[in-house]
Write a protein of this length. Structure first.
Length: 478
């Protein structure tokens, strides 16, 4: 009887212990239910666009086989890295033996907060993939053979970054083996903040696109070519930049090297309005707002073609032209909040002379519902946008990265930085254009705008008949 009571007591204690975990705090959703692997499939260090490019039927079949087995390699051999072969649930914990595919969420995420606990054995080398990208690093900080890679600096950094920002943690916060560690990760746009065991170890650093970097010749763990060994590069288009982090993607729990356990895996999706509020609060000092919410008294140019509606400057339907500030702008930062109607088209005028046209006499940065516009053109049997016409592009000159706009009808936050001939555009927290006009090969530009040779001019809006709204236009001169 005593043995039965003792066993029952142990089971009750374990049950109560498990019940305390995997219960999300307010506003969060549990990615792991504490009981089974529902909501997850298997994927490795592999470009998620391969999965996204599958048909729905192919994707469903792959996900099922990645969990239960049946996936074959290029040679037709059955793979043994499927989820059920290497993952299990034990006492309310996800347990992996250090091998196999990574647990990958069925759902893709844009901006989010993630909370997760883990406990790892020695010689482990794991991580957390954000939007399918490696990774928030987890490794054995005592493994001397990896000190040259930075293991001694500790876990929590964006170690696969090529740039220095975020590549190593600001402080080593790993707990001793056998103890639980806690991550609190926030990602808005391409920017990531990692709080590890209560300490911020990565602060608002960009997560680079590992797969785009690899295509461009860089891998953090690979041997880099010595000077003089690099292959001759092909001529790149003006303003070339490596693709940034995906706008959406899955969260993955990576495993490698030794047993690792996970629990309390929670996520909270961040709304567009919340993201804008945070983006606008960063380094906010020194900006002057040019939208007063009432009238256009501090603007010049095509004033009669714009109006203030619900506090936002709006281009009148069927009207257009350049609405410009009354002060010239040379170097500085412009922050603009805008909302596009379906297929809506406008622009940000830069270096525009009074009486001139932004796209030809100055510079115009596209503001356009690129997908909606293309769909409208296709429905009419017409050609879609050229690369230099997508949102964020320098019209006629350089195409920006596509896919980072919010859906039509939602507000967007964009930052434009101008320093001499260098122009950067960051949309909703992700850099989509980084161009140095002084390096342009103008033979690539069929109609070079005169603004390429200007260093200053007026700034504002370049309307094209659609009721695009601008509720904020802040300027900081540098």
């Amino acid at each position: 009887m005593k043995r039965i009571l003792f066993t029952s007591s142990l089971l009750l204690t374990a049950s109560l212990c498990c019940a305390e975990h995997n219960q999300p705090p307010a506003g969060f959703t549990a990615l792991f239910n504490g009981k089974d692997l529902s909501g997850w499939y298997g994927w490795g260090t592999k470009d998620p666009t391969e999965l996204w490019n599958m048909t729905p039927e192919q994707r469903a079949e792959y996900k099922k086989k990645s969990v239960e087995g049946g996936v074959v390699d290029a040679k037709g051999k059955a793979a043994d890295d499927y989820i059920n072969a290497h993952w299990k649930v034990e006492n309310g914990e996800l347990v992996n033996d250090g091998k196999g595919l990574y647990l990958t969420t069925d759902k893709d995420y844009g901006d989010f907060e993630l909370m997760v606990d883990y406990k790892m054995l020695p010689l482990g080398d794991s991580g957390i993939y954000l939007r399918g990208l490696p990774q928030v690093q987890i490794w054995d900080y005592t493994e001397e053979s990896k000190f040259k890679l930075g293991a001694d600096k500790g876990s929590g950094s964006l170690w696969n970054n090529k740039g220095e920002e975020g590549k190593f943690p600001t402080k080593r916060m790993d707990k001793p083996f056998g103890e639980w560690n806690t991550f609190h990760i926030k990602m808005i746009g391409e920017r990531v903040t990692v709080t590890f065991n209560g300490e911020i170890v990565v602060n608002n650093a960009p997560m680079e696109n590992y797969f785009a970097n690899a295509k461009a010749g860089y891998k953090a763990f690979g041997k880099q070519p010595a000077k003089g060994e690099a292959k001759a590069e092909e001529k790149k288009p003006n303003g070339f930049m490596v693709d940034p982090a995906f706008p959406r993607g899955p969260i993955q729990l990576q495993t490698h090297g030794s047993e690792i356990r996970w629990r309390n895996v929670y996520v909270r999706e961040i709304s567009g309005d919340e993201a804008i509020k945070e983006l606008a609060s960063r380094n906010a000092d020194g900006f002057v707002e040019h939208v007063n919410g009432k009238d256009l008294s501090n603007w010049q140019g095509a004033v009669e073609n714009y109006e203030v509606k619900d506090g936002a400057i709006t281009c009148k339907t069927g009207k257009g032209g350049d609405l410009l500030t009354k002060e010239e702008f040379e170097n500085g930062i412009i922050r603009v909040e805008f909302k596009l109607p379906p297929a809506g088209n406008n622009g940000i005028a830069l270096r525009t002379p009074l009486g001139g046209h932004s796209a030809s006499d100055g510079l115009e940065l596209q503001v356009i519902d690129s997908d909606g516009y293309n769909a409208k053109q296709a429905a009419a049997g017409k050609k879609g946008l050229e690369p230099y016409q997508y949102h964020g592009s320098i019209y006629h000159c350089v195409g920006a990265k596509h896919g980072y706009l919010r859906p039509a009808g939602e507000w967007n936050f964009q930052e434009i930085e101008v320093q001499g001939q260098k122009i950067k555009v960051t949309l909703n927290g992700t850099k989509i254009l980084d161009a140095d006009i002084s390096t342009f090969d103008r033979s690539q530009i069929a109609h070079p705008p005169k603004g390429l040779d200007r260093t200053k001019g007026y700034i504002g809006f370049a309307g094209h008949s659609d009721p695009v709204q601008f509720r904020s236009f802040k300027v900081k001169n540098l």
